[in-house]
Design a protein around this ligand. Structure first.
Ligand SMILES: Cc1ncc(COP(=O)(O)O)c(C=O)c1O
Length: 399
């Protein structure tokens, strides 16, 4: 089936995702894919096989099963690398985006000032605090994008890293990566992209790879939890000391001195998440088979449809820019997002209500929480319609 045909017949794609059905076989309107995406059957099957019939450790075993598992694990790294357009020796498997940011915050050898933005997820704030960086905060434009004119004014040679979300998990705003990279590089800083929300929707290849580092999580890309990746230019990985010590990351150990393996193994201490990595690789292939352009266009249509409907309700506050990627945050006047989320749950609709791990952004917006609907490649107009019906019902209840 062609990509366009695939996305025009979304029921076919929905059928790939057993998690989108309730126990009685009725559809579940899942609009929380920015938190975590549902898994296609191919990923479930691959994980089941890897933890069952194929299971063994990697890298150490001399027996055939272990050698085969090692090939599978390293093939997964190649699949992830190919998906984002990086080299296979530029992909470090981590537990997720959070661990990948912690790794860079702890290990980047030139510490100093880091420039973040007002819309960052807590996992792109707290690791920098814990690692002792001095934090500057770039403001947002009126429509909720990172204000790169302000960044240009703020950046100095003291800034060693600029760490911005490629796509905001609350507002869906898309970063102008070429300009952010240019500004960072002009002062000798490196650009780290929190690509958690962009990798499942836009990909990284261009312009994401103009950055120096990008981090993302497997579970938001239709893969398993417990696995994610740090993509970094090879020379940056070489410049960093190990993050954690243990097995698999060494070359030679004595009590006096240890020498370390080359990247990426240097950063993968201990028995890795073998099964999860294999599932991650299969998820990348699945998304590639549909095509990111088609996914982005599909989600953009749903975003436009939902924003237009919400704009038509005069008691709704809409956040974020018109061209947001796959994510719509809003608030109903006089109704707490948690109450909306609870009533929507009765209607078989799952949205996220809360601060979305972005409390500084909530402060900036002047709200304690927002309601957030986020789409995946399987979302469709029925999901939007069910959400709108639930919102109307909530307004009647509270009205
Ligand atoms: C923009 C963004 N950054 C970082 C994270 C953290 O990802 P994980 O919890 O998978 O490490 C998330 C997850 O919600 C996110 O949306």
């Amino acid at each position: 089936m062609s990509t366009v045909a695939a996305l025009n017949s979304v029921p076919t794609l929905k059928a790939d995702f057993p998690g989108l059905l309730n126990a009685d076989g009725s559809p579940w309107h899942y609009l929380d894919s920015a938190a975590t995406a549902q898994k296609p059957q191919v990923v479930i099957d691959a994980v089941t096989k890897a933890i069952g019939a194929d299971y063994a450790t990697v890298h150490r075993g001399v027996y055939t099963r272990s050698a085969e598992m090692t090939l599978g694990y390293e093939a997964a790294r190649r699949r992830v690398a190919a998906f984002v357009g990086g080299g296979e020796d530029e992909i470090v498997f981590t537990r997720g985006a959070t661990e990948a940011i912690n790794l860079v915050a702890q290990c980047w050898p030139q510490k100093g000032r880091v420039l973040l933005s007002e819309l960052e997820h807590h996992s792109n704030i707290v690791p920098w605090q814990l690692a002792g960086w001095q934090i500057d905060v770039c403001p947002l434009t009126h429509d909720g994008k990172i204000d790169l004119d302000a960044a240009e004014q703020m950046l100095t040679r003291d800034h060693k890293i600029v760490a911005f979300a490629h796509v905001s998990n609350v507002l869906g705003s898309i970063l102008d990566v070429p300009r952010a990279a240019e500004l960072a590089h002009q002062v000798g800083a490196k650009l780290l992209l929190d690509a958690c929300q962009s990798v499942p929707r836009l990909g990284l290849t261009f312009p994401g790879l103009l950055a120096d580092f990008a981090v993302f999580s497997g579970h938001k890309l239709y893969g398993p939890t417990g696995i994610g990746a740090l993509w970094a230019r090879r020379e940056h990985l070489e410049a960093m000391p190990p993050y954690q010590g243990g097995g698999a990351m060494i070359e030679r150990v004595t009590f006096e001195k240890t020498t370390f393996a080359d990247p990426p193994q240097r950063f993968e201490a201990g028995t890795p998440a073998i099964v999860e990595a294999i599932g991650f690789g299969v998820a990348c292939d699945y998304v590639s088979s549909i095509g990111l352009d088609a996914i982005h266009a599909h989600e953009a249509r749903l975003v436009a449809q939902l924003r237009q409907a919400l704009r038509g309700m005069n008691d709704v506050r809409l956040f974020g820019p018109e061209d947001s990627a796959g994510i719509v945050s809003f608030a109903l006047e006089g109704i707490h997002p948690h109450d909306l989320g609870t009533i929507l749950d009765e209607e078989n609709v799952a949205i996220r209500a809360g601060h979305h791990c972005a409390q500084p952004l909530m402060d900036r917006l002047g709200v304690p929480a927002t309601a957030r609907a986020s789409f995946g490649l399987y979302s469709d107009e029925d999901d939007v319609a069910a959400l709108l019906r639930g919102i109307e019902r909530t307004k009647r209840i509270f009205g």
